[in-house]
Design a binder for this molecule. Structure first.
Ligand SMILES: NC(=O)c1ccc[n+]([C@@H]2O[C@H](COP(=O)([O-])OP(=O)(O)OC[C@H]3O[C@@H](n4cnc5c(N)ncnc54)[C@H](OP(=O)(O)O)[C@@H]3O)[C@@H](O)[C@H]2O)c1
Length: 295
């Protein structure tokens, strides 16, 4: 039995779909308010709970062999990254240990090891990585770059307007990962010997300037992109104003700022290593988007 947290998220849904296609038993940890109908109809066992409640975590881990931690906070999460990205994962690791789990897969983030001070999610991921490494559990830590599925709604907007909003430096580099490839890597990490007790950077097969993304949209929709390119200080101004009303939102926007103001890409050697461990070719951003958007 696999336990997947964040099962209704962009990545978690794909992990559940893949496990069910492979006829694996999977328990999906969902909130009562989540949209989990699709997971249920695919044959996942639905566990309703809240990751902010340690009791629920302990119960969800019973009878489980593999845990895939794929949940994550956003600007509205009660308690922020500290509660969900840090504490809930620590509780999950402890409960997995108590339940005799064979392998724990943790979705971290590319750059978790860079010590970004203004990014609560990065700090939480780094602290969880250290805890997991020292837990005695078999583990795989995956550090993905940005997900290609985040770009689907932006592509749909682009199709209608031709406009692309690019905040920050257009020349900064990224290697956006196919969310389907990442789901496959997460699933296979649990049972692949070469992935055991490894920390793996996970990106797409090509390093792109961020300015390449609207060009890809332009090719897909056969439309010349109009790029709006505000500087990063525009986000700082929004943050300052929001901070007057809601300091916790201001804090959580630090993660977004870190993402927009730094480069997140994998080296060719890291990509070759992934392709060799998991024995498949990673998909480009353009190939992913062409499968998902209607032209
Ligand atoms: N997106 C990216 O570009 C990116 C890049 C690098 C790393 N990551 C990491 O990859 C993982 C997956 O990201 P994603 O984009 O797929 O996430 P996502 O779409 O934002 O989904 C977050 C998931 O967490 C669940 N969740 C939130 N609070 C919860 C709670 N209190 N109890 C139970 N479940 C709760 C949400 O459930 P509801 O449906 O109920 O809201 C949802 O299923 C995260 O750890 C993220 O930090 C993401």
């Amino acid at each position: 039995m696999y336990l997947v947290t964040g099962a209704t998220g962009g990545l978690g849904r794909r992990i559940i779909r893949l496990l069910r296609e492979r006829e694996q038993a999977v328990r999906a940890f969902v909130r009562l308010t989540s949209r989990y109908g699709e997971l249920e109809s695919r044959g996942a066992q639905i566990f309703i709970g809240d990751l902010l409640e340690n009791r629920d975590i302990q119960k969800a881990c019973q009878g489980v062999q593999y845990v895939i931690s794929a949940h994550g906070s956003n600007a509205t999460t009660r308690g922020g990254a500290q509660a969900l990205d840090y504490r809930a994962n620590i509780d999950l690791i402890d409960a997995a240990k108590d339940s005799g789990v064979q392998h724990f897969v943790f979705i971290s983030v590319l750059g978790a090891d860079r010590g970004y001070e203004d990014a609560p999610v990065f700090k939480a991921k780094w602290a969880v990585e250290q805890y997991l490494k020292n837990s005695g559990l078999n583990y795989t830590i995956l550090r993905p770059s940005g997900f290609s599925s985040n770009l689907i709604p932006l592509a749909e907007q682009f199709r209608q307007t031709g406009i692309y909003l690019l905040v920050g430096d257009p020349q900064s580099r990224t290697s956006i990962v196919s969310t389907d490839d990442l789901a496959r890597i997460a699933v296979e990490s649990a049972t692949t010997a070469a992935a055991t007790n490894q920390i793996l950077a996970v990106g797409g097969p090509e390093v792109l300037d961020r300015a390449e993304i609207p060009k890809i949209f332009g090719r897909i929709f056969d439309r010349e992109p109009l790029i709006l390119n505000p500087p990063i200080v525009a986000l700082d101004a929004v943050r300052t104003v929001l901070g007057l009303v809601n300091p916790s939102v201001q804090k959580s926007l630090g993660t977004l700022r870190t993402l927009l103001d730094n480069e997140f890409f994998c080296t060719p050697a890291e990509i070759a290593n992934l392709e060799s461990i998991f024995n498949f070719k990673l998909e480009t951003l353009e190939a992913f988007l062409r499968r998902y958007v209607s032209v």
